[in-house]
Design a protein around this ligand. Structure first.
Ligand SMILES: [Zn+2]
Length: 321
């Protein structure tokens, strides 16, 4: 079998967005000898396309034919043989006999539905192209006992969906990234001090799911990549207040660089209970755009220092306007 220069067209047949990585048509450890199976992986990291393309110390790239981004975008990396499964317990799934898909995931974060949909659609198109049954789609862990990937995907269900899509051609999911609400789930992750007579923008140390660049590096700002309507819900737990005193909690907009306060899009006052605690939800709906950012602020006008507890969290859903 020659170089698999049809892979980009096969990927595009899924209806999911496709990017061809430069020089992919001649990238490989020689040509692909045969295609008898497909091996599904997770990368055990984020934003690691370059590792799949160029390799890592001790293992030269390309590591797989395709890198499947968490957004559902399919990146076509190589047309030749890739180092993604050795040793293999299945003759149909050796490097010389199979196509490897490395899906971007750190190995424990739940899979975004859009990425799973793209994963199944891609496997179905590959099966159709190379005349394979869905049973030839295997998890890395199924053909290499030392491997755990891809985590948490029930391959029986996965293959059933692939089989369905192999036999029902002509109905690609017309899925564009912008049609999907971007959902960001954030957790404070650590207790954070709110000084007496001061305020704090909650720093998000835990990220459950994210469509970058919705969450910036300094950990306090949430940012939209285009003009978006946002539905937000924060669960705030604060301790250390004097019973009966009040704090404010606000979803606040700042300039994109975070230097200038714009407004409180949503701000409420809450009274500490008999134990000096505030446990409240603060929900809201408002717009964000590419010129501003969003923060969750705790304003403490009392004379007692308080603590925002690590279990505080927020969910932000962004919709195209
Ligand atoms: Zn793997």
């Amino acid at each position: 079998m020659p170089w698999l220069t049809q892979l980009a067209d096969v990927a595009r047949a899924t209806g999911f967005p496709v990017t061809e990585v430069g020089e992919w048509k001649t990238r490989g450890h020689g040509p692909q000898p045969s295609v008898q199976g497909v091996v599904c992986h997770h990368t055990a990291g984020w934003n690691d396309r370059n590792v799949v393309v160029h390799g890592r110390p001790g293992l030269d790239g390309p590591l797989s034919h395709i890198w499947l981004q968490h957004t559902g975008r399919i990146w076509v990396v190589a047309a030749g043989r890739c180092w993604h499964n050795a040793p293999s317990t299945s003759g149909h799934h050796t490097n010389s006999a199979s196509i490897g898909i490395e899906a971007e995931n750190d190995g424990h974060t739940p899979w975004p539905q859009v990425q799973l949909d793209a994963y199944e659609a891609l496997c179905a198109e590959l099966c159709r192209e190379f005349g394979l049954p869905a049973s030839r789609v295997r998890a890395h862990r199924e053909v290499n006992k030392a491997k755990p990937d891809p985590h948490s995907i029930n391959m029986t269900t996965f293959r059933a969906h692939v089989a369905q899509q192999i036999t029902s051609p002509g109905t690609p999911i017309e899925q564009q990234e912008d049609d999907v609400p971007e959902v960001t789930s954030l957790g404070a992750g650590q207790d954070q001090d709110v000084p007496a007579g001061g305020e704090l923008a909650v720093r998000w140390h835990t990220e459950y799911a994210d469509d970058p660049p919705a969450h910036n590096e300094d950990g306090v700002a949430v940012m939209a990549k285009a003009s978006r309507w946002c539905i937000v819900d924060g669960l705030v737990k604060v301790r250390g207040l004097k019973p009966g005193t009040e704090i404010d909690v606000a979803w606040s907009r700042y300039s994109r660089d975070g230097k200038e306060f714009e407004d409180d899009a949503w701000r409420l006052s809450f009274r500490a209970d008999a134990n000096g605690r505030v446990e409240q939800n603060i929900a809201g709906q408002f717009g964000l755009n590419t010129k501003n950012q969003l923060r969750l602020r705790i304003i403490n006008p009392t004379d007692a220092a308080a603590v925002v507890e690590k279990v505080s969290m927020a969910k932000i859903s962004m919709f195209s306007r």
